[in-house]
Design a binder for this molecule. Structure first.
Ligand code: GDP
Ligand code: IMO
Ligand code: MG
Length: 420
């Protein structure tokens, strides 16, 4: 069978986790393919709220296998914290969470290097999550990384070699740190990792596909944060687009099925970098308040703005999205009118394709549509959508060229409408 992919089309936090949880019953396996604990995927059901960082969002559905894929970077200390919190709330994980031997380890010194690099950048800092993501992927690509599979053989020696290198690098920065405390938590995390199934995930996944299983690949971050195609250098350090699911799980492009592109009915971004439709006025604050737009990992207020169809068309192209998923529709419930950016104006010229340089002289060209002024949060079927909401959906589908297959009207699992 096939691997379907769910990924974010904006700058992250689109609501991917919720949709993975909703769609998991249709699959046997859910697998994360990139990123690490920079992700914060929120799930709400049965009056409970969970924020998953490294664990795939299929973990709460009965009888499913969840895999931390080879393309991910894992921080054992954070992994321990995350798994123990779930275990304490009654969730048994060891028989349903598998980890790839080839996933890379985030070392305590990677976190220190992340902080040091940000400090050095000063005003042009990226605004990373501080989780050591960039330095861990840097070590992977420069062939200095440690992988989960390494923890079983001569690990102390490999660890010391890697941290000695990092300490030399850190000595160039004027930062103070207490590595001993960090290492204590980290090595306790290594012991925790050993209690899970650490597998050759590429073999496992391909075998299961051959046997007829369906797999859901869960993306983290968003396509506008992709290392190649995002707003570089204000990006994350992994391949967040659909192609990343192939390298991050070890599956051929032939095996990819549906590609679900998740987007908010408006737009947000957390951290630095260009954001052409950003609203720094009271409308932006209203979006932040109504959408509770505060980072699920760092608690930072998210920057808010209108939906950007130039950027969305670009990310839909990169991923060849087959189905769109619109999240947080209810956040716009009280607006008299809603704006959508259909083009950019640069030096008096209108452009519809995302340019190389997304600098400050971009003026978004907006179309203004009537709001629906209706509480959407209790709507259960699409027949009950207000007329203006249907017009917004049709407008977006026409502009983007693909159907919006799922609409989300609230954070809860149940507040999801699968369209016919
Ligand atoms: P992810 O990283 O893409 O999984 O998204 P996050 O979990 O970081 O951010 C999405 C936020 O929006 C979370 O707080 C969700 O609980 C919430 N959310 C998801 N869907 C909806 C929705 O349709 N309406 C509202 N109001 N909130 C939603
Ligand atoms: P989910 O999966 C939103 C952003 C950071 C920063 C940049 C680089 O929850 O959608 P990094 O720590 O990855 O080196 O930071 O990327 N960023 C995210 N923004 N959602 C995320 O994940 C993010 N993961 C990283 O804010 O701008
Ligand atoms: Mg998030």
């Amino acid at each position: 069978m096939k691997v379907d992919v769910i990924l974010g089309l904006q700058w992250g936090d689109e609501g991917k986790g919720k949709i993975v949880d909703v769609l998991t019953p249709n699959y046997q396996i859910v697998a994360r393919f990139q990123g690490g604990p920079n992700a914060g995927h929120t799930l709400e059901f049965e009056n409970q709220k969970y924020i998953l960082k490294s664990i795939p969002s299929g973990i709460f559905q009965e009888g499913k296998i969840n895999i931390i894929g080879n393309g991910m970077v894992v921080d054992p200390a954070m992994f321990k914290q995350e798994t123990e919190t779930l275990e304490a709330s009654g969730h048994q994980l060891t028989d349903k969470l598998y980890i790839s031997k080839k996933a890379h380890l985030i070392l305590p010194t990677h976190r220190l290097l992340d902080a040091a690099s940000e400090k050095e950048k000063g005003n042009s800092m990226i605004g990373t999550t501080g989780r050591g993501i960039g330095p861990a992927y840097t070590d992977k690509v420069s062939r200095n990384g440690l992988r989960i599979g390494d923890i079983f053989h001569n690990f102390e020696e490999k660890y010391r070699k890697a941290t000695d290198r990092h300490k030399k690098m850190l000595s160039q920065y004027s930062i103070e740190y207490d590595l001993e405390t960090l290492e204590k938590e980290w090595f306790a995390g290594i012991e925790k990792l050993k209690t899970f199934n650490i597998i050759d995930s590429e073999h496992f996944i391909n075998k299961r596909l051959d046997e007829g299983d369906k797999i859901l690949a869960e993306g983290a971050q968003g396509s506008m944060l992709d290392i190649d195609f995002g707003t570089y250098p204000f990006v994350t350090s992994s391949s967040t687009i659909c192609a990343g699911a192939c390298t991050g799980l070890g599956v051929s492009p032939h095996k990819i099925g549906e590609i679900f592109g998740v987007f908010k009915a408006y737009c947000t971004r957390v951290g630095g970098g260009p954001f052409p439709t950003e609203l720094t006025d009271e409308t932006g604050q209203l979006l932040r308040d109504r959408g509770w737009e505060y980072g699920s990992v760092t608690g930072r207020p998210r920057r808010c703005g209108w939906i950007d169809l130039v950027a969305l068309r670009y990310t839909i192209m990169l991923n060849d999205v087959t189905k769109l998923v619109m999240m947080k529709s209810d956040v716009l419930d009280t607006f008299d009118t809603i704006k959508a950016c259909v083009a950019y104006e640069i030096n008096g010229k209108k452009i519809k394709d995302l340019p190389f340089d997304i600098s400050e002289n971009i003026k978004p060209v907006y179309v203004e549509l009537p709001g629906w002024k209706t509480d959407m949060t209790n709507i259960k079927t699409e027949d009950a959508f207000p007329k203006e909401f249907n017009s917004y959906l049709s407008f977006l589908e026409k502009e983007l060229g693909i159907p919006i297959a799922i609409v989300s009207v609230g954070p809860n699992r149940a507040q999801t409408i699968i369209r016919k």
